[in-house]
Design a protein around this ligand. Structure first.
Ligand code: DON
Length: 573
């Protein structure tokens, strides 16, 4: 079994290997393996070594990539509670061994009693923190339904529900030794946990002292819930004991989720968004995520521009990327929302004709001010936590899954051991007012009962010459889409291997604020000077951009590339 794990947050910008031989040495010390991890039969790259290893065990026991993905998802709820979850939601994009494209939407929904102005005061102003830190911040969770659907509909049939959940139950019951990054995350979220008695009981140490790496985190209540799901399936969560507990706690603490909301929840298969770029076909997530539409739209625009001829992060390359990004994100704010509630013009936005019109106005040596594309103002925002994992099995079923509670540890409210999301913040609380990730929205993403809030999550699979070649995705709020775009371009245009493609420093712009954020090493000073003369403005990224746990498949091997920007582990066999 090949394994490689990164355990430090944001050690990573320096790890662009070609540029930093010293870190090559650190790799050498950290693991005997070369990166990316190469394997013949199966690969999992996730944010947790426990989750990746459990996924491989499922495959070794006869499971396929869908079985493994479901197990990885459940284990992440235990070992990566920052974002892995039962009380949140996510998306899956898959390409089956027999050539089917699948996309499963298990995004949270607004409760039936939700209404568009629920986060506004009587003067119509957004009430600070209500969509992030209160019981009202939670949407109806979708993860349990989604993970069980993956297993039930596309699993091998060799893995029982009990076997599927066994690794997660064991880790919750026995506890596991926490990493430095989980210790940091727990310590820095103590204020959030203190606001909730059940969260305090689990996530704050009995003696009140800080967590450090190596401490054991036991989660008995969570083990109990997982065991209940393993016996009774989705009903355990959506109509029986858990549902009751969620509804009761929500009612007690001012939330809106009822037992009916939970009983009515269903994850749904959506038509995957498909586009092309050179000899690649890209299969990605459609609305209610904005990710896939924007990704295809940006790739289409780049095809209309002299991007292919550019060198990695040369002035022209950064300029063209920024110009297509600002156009795509301007469209996001107006056109994207839950397709069950809003007529999203997917065909038009992802058409080559539209890309030609939009890209036709991009000048190679002159910027377009974002204000000239549309109006609005946004304050700088911090990103938080989500997690992406990629799975490939021996038959080359490929599964890309991104799950989230939205903010790190979600709302910080715990119900019988599991954390509830604060995904309601992804709706547009008020037109033009930015959310946690600095993105704005309007009517298309207004709150309505039963509606799914717009996402940026972009689980993606790319085929090369018709064969499954890349499994991609990332956390990072609004920066997810540009992260996936750049990792893909690093392979498809700049011909990097998958590890370099993931490690290469990134930059991001999103229409508003009108600036390019960049990681250390992403854009040289000389290039920044040149681009500044054209009118671009820059800011150092406040934290790393994304954490792309990706896989590349070639003729005979599978390569797992963990992203050192955050904790991650690639395990193959
Ligand atoms: O669905 C979304 O777009 C956000 N809730 C994702 C949040 C996220 O990626 C935070 N990660 N760093």
């Amino acid at each position: 079994m090949g394994i490689f794990q990164h355990t430090s947050f944001y050690s990573g910008l320096a790890v662009f290997r070609a540029w930093c031989p010293v870190l090559l040495l650190i790799y050498g010390l950290a693991s005997a393996e070369e990166l990316p991890v190469a394997a013949d039969h199966g690969m999992v790259v996730s944010a947790s070594e426990h989750a990746s290893a459990a996924g491989i065990e499922i495959m070794q026991a006869g499971g396929n990539a869908f079985d493994a993905a479901a197990t990885v998802g459940f284990v992440l709820a235990v070992t990566f509670p920052e974002a892995g979850n039962l009380g949140g939601g996510g998306f899956m994009v898959a390409r089956t061994a027999d050539g089917q494209n699948l996309s499963l939407d298990f995004r949270e929904t607004a409760p039936a009693a939700a209404h568009r102005d629920m986060f506004l005061d009587e003067r119509g102003n957004v009430i600070d923190g209500l969509s992030l830190r209160s019981a009202l911040s939670s949407g109806v969770p979708g993860t349990v339904d989604g993970l069980l659907k993956m297993w039930n509909d596309h699993g091998s049939g060799n893995i029982s529900r009990e076997a599927l959940l066994a690794p997660a139950i064991r880790l919750a019951d026995d506890g596991f030794s926490i990493s430095a990054s989980l210790a940091d995350a727990l310590n820095s979220s103590a204020v959030k946990f203190k606001a909730d008695p059940e969260a305090s009981r689990i996530f704050i140490r009995k003696d009140g002292r800080p967590w450090t790496a190596g401490h054991t985190l036991e989660q008995y209540s969570l083990a109990h819930v997982l065991r209940f799901i393993s016996y009774s399936g989705r009903d355990a969560f959506y109509t029986q004991g858990c549902a009751l507990q969620i509804a009761q706690k929500q009612a007690r603490t001012g939330g809106l989720i009822t037992i009916e909301d939970l009983a009515n929840y269903a994850s749904v298969y959506r038509e995957a968004i498909v586009g092309t770029f050179r000899n690649y076909e890209i299969v990605t997530m459609g609305p209610p995520s904005s990710g896939g539409v924007l990704l295809i739209q940006m790739l289409n625009m780049l095809e209309e521009l002299p991007f292919r001829q550019t060198h990695w992060n040369s002035p022209l390359s950064v300029h063209l990327l920024t110009e297509v990004q600002r156009r795509a994100y301007a469209d996001r704010a107006v056109h994207l929302g839950d397709p069950d509630f809003w007529d999203v013009p997917v065909q038009r936005l992802t058409s080559h004709r539209y890309a030609r019109e939009r890209a036709g106005r991009i000048k190679p040596h002159r910027i377009t001010l974002s204000a000239d594309l549309s109006a609005g103002e946004i304050a700088p925002q911090e990103s938080e936590e989500t997690t992406h994992f990629s799975v490939v099995d021996k038959d080359r079923n490929a599964v890309a899954v991104t799950v989230t509670l939205n903010g790190r540890f979600g709302s910080g409210k715990v119900i019988h051991g599991f954390l509830m999301n604060n995904e309601m913040d992804d709706f547009s609380s008020k037109p033009g007012v930015p959310n946690l990730y600095g993105v704005t929205g309007g009517e298309a993403n207004a709150i309505e009962p039963g509606k799914r809030m717009l996402s940026s999550m972009t689980p993606t699979i790319a085929l090369k010459d018709g064969k499954t070649a890349l499994v991609l995705g990332s956390p990072g709020g609004a920066t997810i889409i540009t992260t996936v775009l750049q990792v893909f371009l690093n392979v498809a245009v700049h011909e990097m291997d998958i590890q370099d493609a993931v490690a290469a420093p990134r930059h991001h712009s999103q229409w508003l604020p009108d600036r390019i954020e960049y990681e250390d090493g992403a854009i040289s000073e000389k290039t920044r000077r040149e681009l500044s003369r054209m009118g671009h403005t820059f800011a150092e990224a406040p934290r790393s951009l994304g954490a792309a746990n990706c896989i590349l498949i070639d003729e005979d091997k599978i390569y797992g590339a963990p992203d050192a920007r955050r904790q991650s582990a690639a395990v193959g066999y």
